[in-house]
Write a protein that binds this ligand. Structure first.
Ligand code: C2E
Ligand code: CA
Ligand code: CA
Ligand code: CA
Length: 274
């Protein structure tokens, strides 16, 4: 296999060759999995910091393929983003989340379900319509659905207006938005300034350094204060130790998520905890 770069033709290294083969295989298998609904969802509890009662869950995609084995989101999502299949995954996760949210509401234990979405997904001018339609079809109250948006990419100037409009339309309908991985991205402040965000999720890299560094503690305290000044709900992700949990309980952080509370689990296991 050869890769053309401009007029040059470059012989591929064995590694790059293997990478391309794997990507091609994964893409074929992913298409099949989407077609056959062979993806599934695990839910990780989000709890009130003080009472530790479940107030929501984050929906996380899982893919166990017969041929390629289980593919972690860390490999799956970038692949899906580069092939455009992220829209299919997004639609699948949204529908699953809505159906599940309705089922928890019917059981008398309504909880918020958070779905991950790259801001790139909101480049699609139909995104708000697709979401509203899915909410209607599943009879899911918009208030039960939340999008966690990441700032992996800088906002492209020419798309800002459109993305803003999509999010505002959804917010008016009752859907809310959380700024995920807060503190690590390109443009946290810009996002907070122009997008209808109601919560920030402090990135796990900060949370996990709490015990080790006083500087990190001060950083986290400042993030919480900033969020409170802006009337935002504060979520901490990746809470792994009792020490981190106890420390966060001394702050104004509202919601906790992480292995110290519970790992991502199947619906039946969430039900046992509600
Ligand atoms: P994220 O949104 O930051 O999600 C949290 C990740 O941290 C999840 O990994 C979760 O299993 C893991 N985690 C939870 N508690 C802890 C903890 O205490 N310690 C540590 N070290 N990790 C913890 P996962 O499920 O592998 O997902 C990785 C990333 O893939 C997610 O990061 C998210 O950005 C993306 N992702 C997952 N599902 C979807 C999806 O349906 N759509 C999109 N667009 N992205 C998704
Ligand atoms: Ca997330
Ligand atoms: Ca995150
Ligand atoms: Ca993170």
């Amino acid at each position: 296999v050869r890769e053309a770069g401009g007029n040059q033709i470059v012989a591929l290294s064995a590694d790059r060759h293997r990478e391309l083969n794997r990507a091609a295989l994964l893409e074929t298998r992913l298409l099949k999995a989407l077609d056959e609904k062979n993806l599934h969802v695990l839910y990780q509890p989000q709890v009130n910091t003080q009472t530790q009662k479940i107030c929501g869950v984050e929906a996380l995609v899982r893919w166990d393929d017969d041929v390629v084995g289980s593919v972690a989101p860390g490999e799956l999502i970038p692949l899906a983003e580069s092939t455009g299949l992220i829209h299919n995954i997004g639609n699948y996760m949204l529908r699953e989340a809505c159906q599940q949210a309705v089922s928890w509401k019917k059981a008398g234990t309504p909880i918020t379900v958070s779905i991950n979405a790259s801001v790139r997904e909101f480049r699609d001018k139909n995104m708000a319509d697709v979401v509203l339609q899915t909410l209607a079809e599943t009879r899911c109250p918009a208030e039960l659905i939340q999008f966690e948006i990441t700032e992996k990419f800088a906002l492209e100037a020419e798309l800002v207006g459109s993305i803003q409009k999509q999010l505002e339309t959804l917010q008016e309908a009752g859907v809310s938005f959380v700024l995920d991985d807060f503190g690590t991205g390109y443009s946290s402040f810009r996002y907070l300034q122009i997008l209808p965000i109601s919560a920030i999720k402090i990135d796990d890299t900060f949370i996990q350094a709490i015990e080790k560094s006083e500087k990190t503690q001060k950083l986290v305290e400042s993030m919480i204060q900033l969020g409170k000044t802006l009337d935002l709900t504060i979520v901490a992700e990746g809470v792994e130790t009792t020490q981190q949990l106890k420390w966060l309980q001394t702050t104004a952080c509202d919601i906790l998520q992480g292995y110290a509370i519970c790992k991502p689990i199947a619906v039946a296991d969430i039900n046992k905890r509600l």
